[in-house]
Design a protein around this ligand. Sequence first.
Ligand SMILES: C[S@@+](CC[C@H](N)C(=O)[O-])C[C@H]1O[C@@H](n2cnc3c(N)ncnc32)[C@H](O)[C@@H]1O
Length: 213
Amino acid sequence: MTNMEARAAHWNERYRSVGAEHVSWFEPEPNQSLALVQLAAADHDASVIDIGGGASLLAGCLVERGYTDVSVLDVSTEALDAAKARLPKPEAVTWIHADLLEWTPNRRWQIWHDRAVFHFLTDERDRATYRSLLRRAIEPGGAAIIATFGQDGPTSCSGLPVARYSPEALGAELGPGFAMIRSGGYDHHTPAGVTQKFSWVVLRADGKAPTPK
Ligand SMILES: C[S@@+](CC[C@H](N)C(=O)[O-])C[C@H]1O[C@@H](n2cnc3c(N)ncnc32)[C@H](O)[C@@H]1O
């Protein structure tokens, strides 16, 4: 089994066995993400990619609000199928089935959104791959919105260990080439009623970091 097949099997099993709207990370209204996308790019022509977007309602909400260039990347077909099934016009979104750690983006986006994916990268080599991808996929002047478990957040999710970050540590982890434009924390209430602490950052790509080819 390849790394991608193993990751896809893990996440497909989670979505299939628990249900896309019962997994701990499900949000009936992705209000925090919507507000941060709006903050980073109020212009509805801004292109947005939701990294590890899974079955989140975010893409559909962005299309509803008038965003015309929305992409979702995820390793789980089970999650992508659940997300598509909800939308009246799934073709309004570009769906990318890929393992982000093995993905070669063929274009750039103005907004890179990642909620609860980066924190699974507990290996420094995987974080370096992520940073390189981010630089390759983001437009100069574009914004990265990244949310992870906070310092007081859970130590694992979906049976996998996670790294926890303060907003400052998260900004520093993403490395040079990004200016922090806003950061904070919020509480996520899981469908089972558990409160999870999140940290989030909005970073502006200053165009000075070397862009990988
Ligand atoms: C905790 S869930 C968060 C989903 C979504 N961002 C949300 O907030 O509802 C993590 C998501 O990342 C996806 N994922 C995990 N590792 C991935 C990888 N290496 N490449 C692409 N997607 C990945 C999973 O399939 C899952 O949908």
